[in-house]
Design a protein around this ligand. Sequence first.
Ligand code: PEP
Ligand code: MG
Length: 584
Amino acid sequence: MNKGSKLTGISVVSGWGAGKAYFVGRAVQQASAVTISRQEVGNEVIRFGEIREQAKKDYRQLIEEMGDRAPLDTSILNIYEHILDDPAFIGQVVETITTRLYDLESSIRIVSDDFIKRFESAGTSYFKERCSDMVEVCEKLVSYLYQDNGRARSFIEPVVLVVLRTFTPTDILAYDKSKIEAVVTTSGGKTSHAAILARSYSIPVISGVRNLKEYIHPGDQLLVDATNSTVYIRPSASVLGKYKRSEGVEQQLAHLKKKWCRPVYTKDGVKIDVLANISLPDDVDEAVEHGADGIGLVRTEYLLSNRKEMPSEDVHYAYYKEILAKSNGKPCVIRLMDIGGDKIPQFFEMPSEFNPFMGWRAIRIFLERKDIFATQIRAILKAGEGYNYSIMVPMVTTLQEWLAAKEIIGNIAAEMGLSMPKCGVLFEVPLSILEMNTFMKEIDFASIGTNDLIQYLSAADRNNSKVNYLYNPVEPAFLRIIRSAFRTANDNGMPLSICGEMAGNPSHTALLIGLGLRKFSVMPRNIPLIKELIANISLAEASESISHIDAIETTEAMTKWLKNINKRLLGDALTKLPSTDALL
Ligand code: PEP
Ligand code: MG
């Protein structure tokens, strides 16, 4: 592809960024090689031998497991083993380490790349097929180098991650986030967990881009304008010149951040809480800086990222303790690990599932694998002593499940001689939210997880950009369900928050206030924006406006109505908000 070429896709997280293409997943890349000292050579060579043996063992095990069932051609696995034992491959990697002083990963990648080029130029289809085998073996070997205690790998220069499959949270967490300028991926929806994470770290993402591998090569300079869904490959100076960080926007954001360190009230004096969704202890600093009234959701499963094994109770404890200590006495809702779906820890033995989001996930795993959750619960209870915290359980479908989960938590607390913490349900499965009334006597608080709730109600996978048009938070039937949930909660005096992405979208703020929301939980960066809007809304007017939604039947009519309502309730406050996109 020529200089100045571009590809298009779907904007998943807006903004823009520029850097060298770094392929994640099934591809060899060599954006920047890492050098080592002479003293490190011996260790790198030994390590190479170890990971080759490990890879062969894993492939052999796979062949044995498949046995007669062999859904996959086992001869392919034999080819992988053959490559791992190939004296030419081994010799070249060792030579690259010892003479060029590159680290093990760089050496494996350089040599694999070299093999691939030779296979490609051989011309026959047999050799062309060997290219993908080489990629597999290379990625397999490199993967062993990063299975350690949650360390993220770093880059020397800014990169754009190119993901040749569905984008997953690990694609971000495995790397130093400060160097990731943008992500370009073949698949992944706006509320996929990976997109949520990217958004919270201000990493622009474009999804649904086809033929990535054909047009982009490792190390290519890319400019990703996710706001306009365009990826520029080796952009010209004139294209690059159009993009620069806008100081005006930064200043406005800084001003709002300072202004909203305080609580917010609607124009007619009703206090609204705006809390933060976080994943890691460092995120709490960002939440506090942005004026969070507490932490409304800790996605604790991110503690498991980049690990070889389930963290011990001590590791869990240190994680909660740090989060709670940083929260400055404000409330903190700790959600039990939401494992499953698109969040499967590397070490966790998951049965293969046709439909992972409908499968073994969260509370369903909890009730079966009480051992691993008991470790988590003990650590939370211990770390939580003296703090204002509560426990939330994800993916609850039935009251029975919830009662069983609550009993386990209660028993652990009793064994430890500690009092039962406040426990609540994350309503994100249609059955539970439609039956919310029956939960009321048994819970201390509730939150709505709109990300999953929308995907389950609309049967539109949140990870699939192809069906994103159906995944719509302003669908009339969905809004009526939300309104009814708020009525139920209100009638029972039950605190009810929303911690899905919907709550963090400024164009939904007035709508949600009208529907009855008094507690938002959003990504930290958006807290000042949401508070600024709330201060411009009259609760009485917002509630009055909502009384009309029953008459609205179509998605289009609801979208139009929402635009009008935003104008009427917010004046120009919404359009005046600083855009976080830095495109001039
Ligand atoms: C949700 O589903 O809305 C939610 C908050 O949980 P998660 O995005 O982690 O699935
Ligand atoms: Mg969820």
